[in-house]
Design a protein around this ligand. Structure first.
Ligand code: TXE
Length: 469
């Protein structure tokens, strides 16, 4: 791989600089070196991408969905053939261990395409019969859609949007995070290699306000699927709402891991550590708050701390983000917490932070209610299920959570009372791609996944045909 890698915008099947000719650096988290440079695009590049998308979309949207599904499979084939190289790029860009990049990120990218290809082939046509008429539900393409994705699972989250958007006949203007452009750039080349018609997948690089905002503002981009922080989601929503655009927002979380008194600590501890620290805690679904029944606390804590110390994690994404996380560690002490382990910079020049466990904080402290999005977990006790639910539901977020108990039915009942979009019982991040994915409150608006993605990336039209004139 050349160093630094020269990232380009993909517009209409060609790879080009930003109109402005401006470029910016991309720093690798492992050692702080410049691993790539990328175009610093703006509204002019967005206009060029929309024109290319509009030229390609009609023919693509007119194809039978089975033809589009076959193309998704061809893209999956090419990704599969390049999986190790994609993992290398993702690990370089995010600092995550190669094994995590390969088997969490890239395997899921391939799965995203295979899943939606199969769903496209097998989903039944929706009809509703009346005594004297038949209703046929048509799903038309939206047209040109804007996909904006974050830095924590760069290609995993981008392909989660690209696959259903293409399946439903749309053309795409995508904007990956400026701090993780590498796999999106390579993906645009691989999709071309797979034979995806030029102009269907346009990928623009640069800063959120300079190219993300123009995408959201563009009058001919009629749907926006955004994954990122709640603060940015608020800006996107304020921009898109008055334009009556379709909007899907997957935002931040402050997810509770709830351990009931009948849980078996042997199975709980590994699961809770993974939920708290996978990807260095930089997954919106991470269980960053552990709520444990008071009767188990003394037995749990030393085992949890020991397992956390043994859990290998990579650096956090950037020096800025490390500073943000360190700010919360300092705040935790001010708020009366005790850092039981971790929270220190590792050796070397990268943005490493050792995984941290904080005890003694009030459940309504800032560290226990604000999204930190790093290798930091706070631990709290409760006496009753009512108290556990009050703590669980006591933040402005409502994305996900997990419940650990020896009685699965009790776990399901508890889960149903959590104000979130998703809950796992005795497991975590176990994903069936058919299910709805998304959150409530400040964790987002709308759902993607399975039929929910197909619904978002299409316009439903009902045609009612009378039996006789
Ligand atoms: O998200 P941002 P980042 C949370 C987490 C993290 C915070 C910031 O708390 O610390 O979000 O992460 C683009 N109009 N999550 O920086 O800033 C931006 O360029 C249009 C949770 O990744 O929201 C990037 O491509 N686009 C999340 C994308 O939005 C704009 C995963 C996300 O950037 C824009 C990641 C604008 N005005 C972070 N400003 C999850 N739920 O998974 C920025 N962008």
């Amino acid at each position: 791989m050349p160093s630094p890698i020269h990232v380009l915008n993909a517009i209409g099947g060609t790879w080009q600089e930003a109109e402005s000719g401006q470029r910016m650096d991309n720093v690798g988290p492992k050692d702080g070196t410049v691993v790539a440079t990328l175009p610093r695009s703006d509204g002019k590049d967005v206009e060029a991408a929309v024109i290319a998308a509009e030229a390609a979309q009609p023919a693509w949207g007119a194809l039978p969905i089975t033809d589009r599904a076959d193309m998704l499979d061809r893209i999956a084939d090419v990704m599969e053939a390049n999986a190790d190289a994609l993992a290398e790029l993702e690990a370089l860009d995010t600092g995550k261990p190669w094994e995590v990049a390969r088997h969490v990120d890239i395997d899921r990218c391939i799965r995203n395409f295979r899943f939606f290809a199969e769903l496209g082939r097998t989903r039944p046509e929706q009809t509703f019969a009346m005594d004297d008429a038949m209703n046929y539900v048509l799903r038309k393409p939206v047209g040109v859609v804007g996909l904006i994705s974050p830095w924590n699972l760069p290609l995993y989250l981008l392909t989660w949007k690209v696959a259903p958007a293409l399946l439903m006949g749309n053309a795409i203007v995508a904007k990956p995070s400026e701090i993780t452009p590498l796999t999106a750039h390579r993906f645009s080349e691989l999709a071309d290699e797979a034979g995806l018609p030029a102009g269907l997948l346009n990928v623009l690089h640069g800063l959120g306000p300079e190219v993300g905002q123009p995408i959201v503002e563009h009058p001919r981009i009629t749907a926006i699927s955004f994954t990122g922080g709640t603060a940015t989601g608020r800006i996107v929503a304020a921009t898109a709402a008055p334009m009556f655009k379709k909007l899907s927002l997957e935002l931040g979380g402050k997810n509770a891991t709830v351990i009931l008194e009948d849980a078996d600590l042997d199975t709980v501890v590994p699961g809770v550590v993974r939920a708290g620290f996978l990807n260095s805690g930089q997954i919106c679904l991470c269980g960053s708050r552990v709520l444990i029944h008071a009767s188990l606390y003394d037995a749990f804590l030393p085992r949890f701390v020991e397992a956390v110390e043994a859990f290998g994690i990579g650096p956090v994404i950037s020096a800025d983000h490390r500073d943000k996380v360190e700010g919360y560690l300092a705040l935790a002490l001010e708020e009366g917490g005790q850092i039981l382990t971790g929270g220190t910079r590792g050796e070397g020049t990268g943005f490493h932070l050792t995984p941290a466990v904080i005890a003694g904080l009030s459940p309504d402290s800032r560290c226990a209610t604000e999204e930190i999005f790093g290798p930091v977990v706070t631990v709290h006790t409760f006496q009753t299920e009512e108290e556990a639910l009050a703590i669980t539901n006591g933040t402005e977020y409502g994305l996900a959570g997990s419940v650990w108990t020896s009685d699965a039915e009790r776990g399901r009942r508890f889960a149903a009372q959590m104000d979130t979009g998703m809950v796992w019982v005795n497991t975590w991040l176990h994903r069936d791609l058919r299910v709805p994915f998304g959150g409530v409150k400040h964790s987002g608006v709308g759902r993607e996944g399975g039929e929910w993605s197909l619904g978002f990336f299409s316009e439903a039209v009902n045609i009612c045909v009378a039996d006789k004139a």
